[in-house]
Design a protein around this ligand. Sequence first.
Ligand code: SF4
Length: 392
Amino acid sequence: MAHLDQARRRELEEKVYAGERLTRADGEDLYACDDLAWLGRLAHHRRTVLNADRVMFNVNRHLNLTNVCRASCAYCSFQRKPGEKTAYTMRVEEAVAKALEMRDQKITELHIVNGLHPTLPWRYYPRMLRELKAALPEVSLKAFTATEVHWFEKISGLSADEILDELMDAGLESLTGGGAEIFDWEIRSQIVDHDTHWEDWSRIHRLAHAKGMRTPATMLYGHIEQPRHRVDHVLRLRELQDETGGFVVFIPLRYQHDVVDSADGVVRNRLQARTRMATPAESLKTFAVSRLLLDNVPHLKCFWVMHGLSLSQLSLYYGVDDLDGSVVEYKITHDADRYGTPSTMTREDLLQLIRDAGFRPVERTTRYEVVREYEPGPSLAQRRAEPQDVWS
Ligand code: SF4
């Protein structure tokens, strides 16, 4: 097991407990350390200072309007090309009907990301938002990655400034945090097949923040990148956050293999042959180091669909204070991953998951405003007397 020497550990501990900003070298050293208990203790300290015993969650639905995409990113098995048997594009009425199915569960957010459809006209997107908002006026629309907004610039001839204005007028509350992957060009050039890179991704989020949006940011880890690329990714975001203050949450997303990707004879996820997935221990380390480095973004999210429920509970002791969400349908990786996680969790399921881990559940809005703060469960010690659920 790789460890840091005692003097370096003490130095890092002192910085963390004093609330000092960590450097690039600090981040790389933390990744070089395999002592998960130690990393967890430091990250849990930061998480507790920022968020006490609260774990936020929201009740949302993911919606992917089309899987047709002109790009073929090396890690992506969601993309389909026009004419493929499993390609789909939702009509506006169809998307509205799907969203309405959730009305009874009182969802507060629709989370919408899509392929870069080569022929759908720009008008489709604001029209879609308008119709969804008209059908579910109380629901926040969190939609489109910066990559999609960059694509809209190309197909509409409008600037991102004009596009965001029109989307906001149609009901957009927030962009999604996707399209970030790994910003460092050495890795990005090998995995991404479109031309939205750090410069455009940051330009579009900067613009969104200037218009009053609070946006998430993501990082795709556990493929061909090295820990130093993760550190670089987080430090770019930290610098941008110093400038705008508009990021509300950071979400490390675990790269996933796709066990049925080649079922139709087409291998879309081309990274599978080159890499294995991050282990659960590596995921916990990534959560912990991200929490410690990213001192100016208030929340750290574990997207439980990618990690399983037990690991998601454990991640709450490694810096995480936010669990996404009720989800309902997650096509990007979940259709084919077969990891045994459910694709939906009700509000009650999430409350129990969080309480069973020893935390206080807080339902939030898309902007991280509190909808309702719940009582925590009984202490873990008291629970020993009760029958327990086993979370897969
Ligand atoms: S990651 Fe997004 S842009 Fe890249 S191929 Fe998949 S759907 Fe298209």
